[in-house]
Ligand binder design. Structure first.
Ligand SMILES: Cc1ncc(C[n+]2csc(CCOP(=O)(O)OP(=O)(O)O)c2C)c(N)n1
Length: 448
């Protein structure tokens, strides 16, 4: 039975009151996975018509341990749980490789820079289970109140502070290890008869298919490479034995995580929380070594690539099979975009004309003794990508991309007269849809 609202509010209060200062992890687990707490999660789901699960983000340790010795138990439990619930599943950037694109329950990756269809699913859901997805600013588009506003929210996180930070009611907060939660959830849920959510699932799948990130017209651009086309070609050419390491800030991270299509076995290792330039090169080295020498594809911005360029020597010395695709847009494209939209186009330190210059990337790589290549436009992109991927050892491939290519779709923000910045709702991504199409997708569903 769904607990009355008062009980749910109390549930949150008990959580805050009982667990400050935080007790040991063991106590938290025991207290919060108490059968009553979990049954309020499972009970409320039974009443829902449009449930969603947002998948967990593994910590780096369990992720890599899994790669070396078979998947860790939480991974298996996660699959067991979703197959049992048969509800649509969204993945966060950090858990992008938890479900392959062709899994029957997969419906996309939501976020401020995300997929339009996934955001429609999230914003229409009436029950949402977030496991280890800490709901950071990118995930909630800077506005907690408007994150899945129609849904009762069950949030599972090993760190109670991540739940406490939410400025919107979390009806069932559970501070607990994801694996422990999943095992208990499966145990309790195995007693209940599965409900049919096929219609809702079809609707979510329909949105996912109707609103692809990579649009056919991008292929027609002739001057340079469109980043989304590159990620699309890479998605076609990668195998389930590969490891993808996007850089952590700028187009390389955002557009890769928006557009990459995950196949079974493909691993993605992106920054767990820092948007620090320079992540790509050392992360590719670490990921490649920790994965036992997987072919590693690092997609990095020209600015980010420069920040740890000295590590190319390590790559050469160890002859690691890392294929660097360095997006050359002539500077700091994302800073340029911010200065264009919020500082009336007064560029400072982001282009050659405004005081930022970067060296010729292939020349630098060659000086380290690493083979290089260059992709100038779409005419030879597939052959070039294949060639780079099939070459032995490391390769640095410069990709000439547009300087002013927008990141789309995305949630945009506007500046009010008082200087404060407000974001548009997550379901209403830019470029905005025709209003009738938008309203058709959202209906008149009440907020929870
Ligand atoms: C160490 C560090 N310094 C500054 C920033 C702020 N910052 C975010 S994106 C960016 C530009 C990144 O340039 P590039 O890697 O070429 O990617 P692009 O923006 O062109 O896509 C900067 C300076 C940062 N994230 N990390």
């Amino acid at each position: 039975m769904r607990p009355p609202p008062g009980d749910l509010a109390l549930c949150g209060l008990i959580f805050l009151w009982t667990f400050k200062p935080p007790p040991s992890r063991k106590t938290l687990c025991r207290a919060l996975t108490a059968p009553q707490r979990l049954s309020s999660a499972t009970d409320s789901k039974r009443k829902s018509d449009r449930p969603l699960s947002s998948s967990m983000a593994p910590n780096a340790r369990s992720s890599w341990r899994g790669m070396a010795s078979g998947w860790p138990a939480p991974w298996t439990c996660f699959h067991k749980m979703i197959n049992r619930l048969t509800i649509p599943v969204l993945t966060t950037w950090k858990a992008a490789d938890f479900l392959p694109e062709d899994h029957p329950l997969y419906v996309g990756r939501p976020g401020a820079v995300g997929q339009r269809g996934a955001n429609f699913s999230q914003q229409n859901a009436d029950w949402i289970l977030c496991i280890g997805a800490r709901l950071d600013l990118g995930q909630t588009a800077y506005n907690h109140q408007n994150f899945a506003p129609r849904a009762r929210k069950i949030m599972v996180d090993v760190d109670p502070a991540e739940i406490e930070k939410m400025q919107t009611p979390i009806q069932v907060p559970i501070a607990c290890d994801a694996g422990d939660f999943l095992r208990e959830f499966i145990r309790q849920h195995s007693q209940t008869a599965p409900k049919d959510y096929s219609q809702w699932l079809q609707q979510c799948k329909g949105w996912h298919q109707k609103y692809p990130v990579v649009l056919p017209e991008y292929w027609k651009e002739e001057d340079y490479v469109n980043d989304y086309v590159l990620i699309s070609v890479l998605s076609d050419e990668l195998t389930g034995q590969d490891l993808v390491v996007p850089g952590s800030s700028g187009a390389c991270s955002e557009r890769t995580m928006q557009a990459i299509r995950i196949t079974a076995g493909l691993r993605v290792f992106n920054s767990q929380g820092l948007g620090s330039m320079g992540f790509g090169v050392p992360a590719a080295i670490g990921g490649c070594l920790a994965s036992g020498g997987r072919r590693t594809i690092c997609i990095e911005g020209d600015g980010g690539f420069m920040m740890n360029i000295q590590e190319l020597e390590t790559v050469r010395r160890l002859q690691l099979p890392i294929k660097f695709f360095v997006l050359n847009n002539g500077g700091y494209g994302s800073i340029m975009a911010t200065q264009k939209s919020h500082f009336a186009g007064h560029y400072v330190g982001c282009t050659p004309a405004s005081g930022l210059t970067l060296p010729d990337i292939p020349s630098v790589a060659e000086s380290f003794g690493i083979p290089t290549d260059r992709i100038l436009n779409h005419s030879t992109i597939r052959e070039k990508v294949r060639h780079v991927l099939q070459s032995k050892g490391p390769v640095v491939c410069e990709v000439r991309v547009y300087q002013d290519q927008p990141t789309v779709p995305r949630v945009v923000s506007t500046q009010k007269e008082d200087g404060s910045i407000v974001s548009s709702p997550m379901e209403d991504m830019w470029p905005f849809l025709e209003r009738h199409e938008f309203h058709n997708n959202m209906g008149n569903r009440p907020r929870s």
